[in-house]
Design a protein around this ligand. Sequence first.
Ligand code: PLP
Length: 349
Amino acid sequence: MIDLRSDTVTRPSDKMRAAMAAAEVGDDVFGEDPTINRLEALAAARFDREAAIWVPSGSMGNTIAVKLHTEPGSELIIEERGHILNFELGAAAVVSGVTTRAVKSSDGTGHLSWDDIAPAIRKNPPYYQAATRLICIENSHNFAGGSVMTPEHTRELCENAHREGLPVHLDGARIFNAATALGCDVRELAADCDSVMFCLSKGLGAPAGSMLVGSAEFIEGARSWRKRLGGGMRQVGILAAAGIIALEEGPQRLAVDHRNAKNLAQALAAMPNVGIDVERVVTNIVIFDVSRTGMTAAEIVANLKEKGVLAIGFGTQIRMVTHLNVSETDIDEAIAALGEILDSTDFPL
Ligand SMILES: *Cc1c(COP(=O)(O)O)cnc(C)c1O
């Protein structure tokens, strides 16, 4: 099977498995696991921040960040397709008691401008309205097709938010993909954000885990909340050993995934009735519209599966994600399968 459903399906390399087997471990709840301590120090240094903490999942990292930045009965602002709003089961409401205000990005990229955000802020609202306490951004933006936000845009947004007394949390699940696409360092993309979450378990190739990065005080708070949420780990150095390799070596090969995604997007653009803007495919996520093909996304996904290609369909769109276990040849095969399926439909004129 050529699995293009997500970069979460990546399997740990032999090198990672060897490192995991050999990992020096201790009880992390006592702070005694040397390998996790090393990974946390490396992550903090990579982002030029005071501290970092390993969390079992990106969702837990985001949940903890929202909890620490807000109080119950307050509100956070996020782009309407954001992961924190759509794919984390209302954790902001359940764990933090926070209302989520969804805002449209006026340019359709998934990245809010300050002009998009400013009218949605409730700074000193009347007593019957929830006050805005947090702005969440996402880079790259998963369901906006892996689109990226530049360092300049991020800085401007953070400066404005801070002027309003609002912290900014960066959901950087794929921040290394964004940095690769922009040709910059992750530090530049995260410098002005108050906290950053990034995933080791996606394109970087670790079997599990994400990191939350921020000030020493913020990460100390995160350690308590991680434990409270059931994420206090013991000999987690086993996973950190893979995480260290993911962090140190994973980013270097993301450009290959981006090239594969671009090739896939170009082939799709040449197929009749497929809706895709090739220019917007800049990382490892390809989302295309099939509403004009005469088939539903679910039908196309089912046909693809019969031909050995896995993808995710939602509404009239299909998402394909390239990653380290998908080769150039796999992409050629996926393109061929798509061509066969889409050519067999009666195209409306
Ligand atoms: C995958 C993802 C997460 C959450 O990661 P999990 O480890 O699956 O919980 C958060 N934000 C974005 C944008 C993601 O793509």
